[in-house]
Design a protein around this ligand. Structure first.
Ligand SMILES: *Cc1c(COP(=O)(O)O)cnc(C)c1O
Length: 382
């Protein structure tokens, strides 16, 4: 069976987890800080906060930015629902702007048009997504956000190691928080770095960082420097309404070990992308191929074809399990109940009708990939 994505666990990973299990700490111990430091270094951000999963990371970001019933936020409909749900957890209103049909990323011009339709201050935040691993130009988004007084949460779940080139010709890595206020990652097994479950928030903002640390553990602090008084060694203060969104030490140990192979994984993903591109570039039945993109982290390799459903079913019959990313979030029944309907975000809906994510993970062998390619070309050219 060939899935669309899968984790890669080595003997080194297993020893790292075993060692952590034999230590004194199961939940938050020294491995958490070590993972945070290594991840922040890898991404190029000042701070990193490890949490229980990517959804928790999004929720904490929304809380740290004071999202509430009066808050309106713009995001992409072509993402995992959690990118939008984090606003709803806090009672805020989600607005979906359309995607660019070439990059599948939230279209900056569509976001601008939406912002300009309302008085300044109507919208409070933007959540762009580095969809499929393709880096959003955060510099452009920062400019736009500043014009309208919005914050930015970058959903970088698909793109650790991805980058765009700034106007100063420098590389800016996804989640480095040079432009976004906060960025989030997931360590779900299909993502680049697997912890089982796990997530990370990165930021360069010290105030937000301190807030996130507090919110991750019930809003409770034992730091004498932060407490209003100190009754003794047992004393702690709950200063805000937080959650238990902690990562365990043995998951962090796995994350640290996986991070060591992150660059090798990226190289392999780009190789696989190049092979797909070369194999399909002359196939007129396959649309949506723009060549291998610089800085793309290739969490997904997506093709578009009018015979999507037929191709999906055919590949299933060959034990190739492709996937569709994503059903547009605004068409999900929960968001329809909030007033969104089919036809509201047209590029996203058109994309959804033809997209298919092909197997893409570092341990996909050349033979397996060739089998996938042959099955697709044979079926579409038959
Ligand atoms: C995976 C993912 C999430 C959620 O992460 P979990 O760790 O599964 O909670 C959020 N946004 C995007 C774009 C994702 O791919």
């Amino acid at each position: 069976m060939i899935p669309y994505g899968r984790q890669h666990i080595t003997e080194e990973d297993i020893s790292a987890v075993t060692e952590a299990l034999k230590s004194d700490f199961l939940t938050q111990g020294p491995k958490i800080a070590e993972f945070e430091k290594a991840f922040a270094e890898y991404i190029g951000s000042k701070y990193a906060v490890a949490v229980s999963n990517g959804t928790a990371a999004l929720h904490l970001c929304a809380l740290a930015l004071n999202v509430n019933e009066q808050t309106r936020v713009i995001t992409s409909p072509i993402t995992f629902a959690a990118s939008a749900n984090c606003v709803r957890y806090c009672g805020g209103e989600v607005h979906f702007a359309d995607i660019d049909p070439k990059t599948y990323l939230l279209d900056l011009n569509k976001v601008r048009a939406l912002l300009e339709k309302h008085p300044k201050g109507y919208f409070h935040g933007i959540i762009p997504v580095d969809f499929a691993g393709n880096a959003v130009n955060m510099e452009a988004y920062r400019k736009l956000a500043d014009e309208f007084g919005c914050w930015i949460i970058e959903d970088a779940c698909h793109a650790p190691g991805g980058f765009f080139t700034g106007s100063d010709s420098k590389k800016y890595f996804c989640g480095d928080s040079n432009f976004a206020d906060l960025a989030i990652f997931s360590f779900h097994p299909v993502k680049h770095i697997a912890c089982g479950e796990g997530g990370m928030i990165t930021t360069n903002n010290e105030v937000l960082y301190k807030k996130l640390i507090l919110l991750r553990t019930h809003g409770i602090t034992k730091d004498p420097g932060l407490m209003h008084k100190n009754d003794g060694g047992w004393y702690y203060e709950m200063q805000d309404l937080g959650y238990n969104y902690r990562l365990t030490d043995f998951q962090a140990a796995l994350g640290i070990s996986q991070l060591l192979r992150a660059d090798a994984g990226l190289i392999r993903r780009r190789e696989i992308a190049q092979t797909y591109f070369d194999a399909f570039k002359t196939n007129t039945k396959i649309k949506g191929q723009s060549g291998v993109v610089e800085g793309h982290a290739y969490h997904l390799y997506i093709i578009e074809t009018e015979k999507r459903k037929e191709l999906y079913d055919h590949l299933r019959s060959k034990d190739i399990f492709c996937q569709v990313h994503y059903i547009p979030v605004h068409t999900l029944p929960y968001y329809q109940a909030l007033g969104w309907k089919q036809g509201d975000v047209t590029n996203a809906e058109k994309y959804y009708s033809s997209c298919l994510s092909l197997p893409m993970y570092p341990t996909l062998s050349n033979e397996e990939q060739q089998f996938v390619i042959d099955c697709i070309n044979d079926f579409l050219n038959a």
